[in-house]
Design a protein around this ligand. Structure first.
Ligand SMILES: *[C@@H]1O[C@H](CO)[C@@H](O)[C@H](O)[C@H]1NC(C)=O
Ligand SMILES: *[C@@H]1O[C@H](CO)[C@@H](O)[C@H](O)[C@H]1NC(C)=O
Length: 450
């Protein structure tokens, strides 16, 4: 206000009336800096919006077309919300004069194309929402004027192809959202000219092969979401070279195989999500090069066995999820070389029995162990050998256990779930009954009468 005072004095009464009157169909705050004219079916930007308005919310109207310089009379705008306004066309220069705009929301409209100069004049814009439109193609140069943009959301459109240099000029973009489109091809230079890109969302598209060359253009990428694409194979030849990548999400695809050294050039990778694929064969050395891996999710694949040495050495691996696969036994030897493993998920495998020393290689570090829903009928007396006070929770529910040995070494257990087992209430269960803390009373489902 201090800055505006001289302006105010100069403009005198004209400015005062304009600033004080709130258009009939709008709601304004006391200072007239926030104006909301939502769901009023207006077909044009109302011409009586106070000139000093900073935040203008027009969502849910029927603008259809944004003509050139539509907001020229509102040079102080920082936030402009045009969601759900049935916009089909943004004319060239539509936002001219909005040099202070930080956020432009054009989500949920009907844009099928963006003219070359539609976004000109938005030199301060930090966030552009174009989610939920009908965009089928983007032309190089479309975003060239958005030198300050940090987030670009193009999710839920109809994009099938990204041409080379399409994002040129977006020198500050951190997060590019391209999920829920129909992308099947990315030109090798499609992601060139995005030096600040850290996060790229490409999930829910039609990619059948990893666009390695395009992705490798984004050398600063830390998080890459590629889930829900019909990818069948990833190998070193796909050329994924991402020295800064920390999180790679390849879940819910159609992966049947991973080449040896598929992730050989991602030395900082901490999280690798491969859930819900169709992976069955385990190749030795797949993880070589993933020296920083901490969380590895392989749930819901078709893995039948994990060969010794396939996982390790992984000095920092903390979480290993192998639940809902086809493992017929605990892959004990494959757990060697994982000195930091804290959480092991093996539930939903047809394990049937736990043999002696099944968890010995990771017994020192393990805290959470999931063996529920694994058709377990038999647990050898030494099955949990090596595990001690470090183990905090043990899930054995939904199995076929009739008896369980006492586990006196597990003094640190905060949770043991034994529900959904047909335990026989006879002498065989006595050691367990003595061992389980007094406070624990079996529920009706836990025990079924012999
Ligand atoms: C906008 O148009 C719809 C459909 O014609 C109507 O139901 C609604 O009452 C209108 N809203 C206003 C504020 O005029
Ligand atoms: C195992 O138990 C955990 C915790 O209750 C649960 O989240 C998970 O879905 C269960 N897994 C299976 C395969 O039933």
């Amino acid at each position: 206000m201090v800055l505006l005072l001289p302006l105010l004095l100069l403009q005198g009464p004209t400015w005062c009336t304009a600033a004080q009157r709130c258009p009939r169909i709008c709601v304004c705050d006391n200072s007239r800096q926030r104006v909301a004219c939502r769901h009023q079916n207006v077909t044009e930007v109302p011409d009586t919006i106070p000139e000093l308005t900073q935040r203008l919310d027009l969502q849910g109207n029927m603008l259809k077309v944004i003509p050139p310089a539509a907001f020229q009379a509102l040079p102080h705008l920082t936030h402009l919300d045009l969601r759900r306004c049935q916009v089909e066309l943004v004319a060239e220069g539509a936002f001219r004069g909005l040099g202070r705009l930080l956020l432009l929301n054009l989500a949920s409209n009907r844009l099928s194309t963006l003219p070359q100069e539609a976004l000109d004049g938005l030199g301060s814009l930090q966030r552009l929402e174009l989610e939920g439109n009908l965009l089928e193609e983007l032309r190089p140069g479309t975003f060239g004027a958005l030198g300050a943009l940090a987030t670009l959301n193009l999710a839920h459109n109809a994009l099938v192809y990204l041409p080379a240099m399409v994002f040129q000029g977006l020198l500050q973009v951190h997060w590019l959202q391209l999920s829920h489109n129909a992308l099947s091809v990315l030109a090798p230079e499609a992601l060139a000219g995005l030096p600040a890109l850290r996060r790229l969302s490409l999930h829910h598209n039609e990619l059948q092969a990893l666009p390695g060359p395009a992705l490798s253009q984004a050398q600063g990428l830390a998080r890459l979401q590629l889930g829900h694409n019909p990818l069948t194979y990833v190998g070193e030849e796909d050329g994924l070279v991402l020295p800064s990548l920390r999180e790679l999400l390849l879940d819910h695809g159609a992966l049947q195989a991973l080449g040896p050294r598929a992730f050989a050039h991602c030395p900082r990778l901490r999280t690798l999500d491969l859930r819900g694929n169709q992976w069955s064969a385990w190749l030795l050395g797949t993880w070589r090069g993933c020296v920083a891996l901490r969380w590895l999710y392989l749930s819901g694949n078709r893995i039948t066995q994990v060969s010794p040495g396939a996982l390790g050495p992984a000095q920092e691996l903390e979480k290993l999820h192998l639940d809902r696969n086809q493992l017929r036994e605990v892959p004990t030897r494959a757990l060697e070389g994982l000195p930091a493993l804290v959480e092991l998920q093996l539930s939903g495998n047809p394990l049937r029995a736990l043999h002696d020393g099944a968890f010995q290689p990771v017994a020192r570090s393990l805290q959470l162990l999931f063996l529920n829903g694994s058709s377990l009928e038999q647990v050898s007396p030494g099955a949990f050998a090596g595990l001690g006070p470090g183990l905090q929770s043990l899930h054995l529910q939904e199995n076929q256990l009739q008896a369980l040995p006492a586990l006196p070494a597990l003094t640190g257990l905060g949770l043991i779930d034994l529900s959904g087992n047909p335990f026989r209430c006879d002498c065989q269960l006595l050691p367990l009954h003595r061992w389980v803390p007094l406070s624990w009373t079996p529920s009706a489902e836990t025990f079924t009468a012999p």
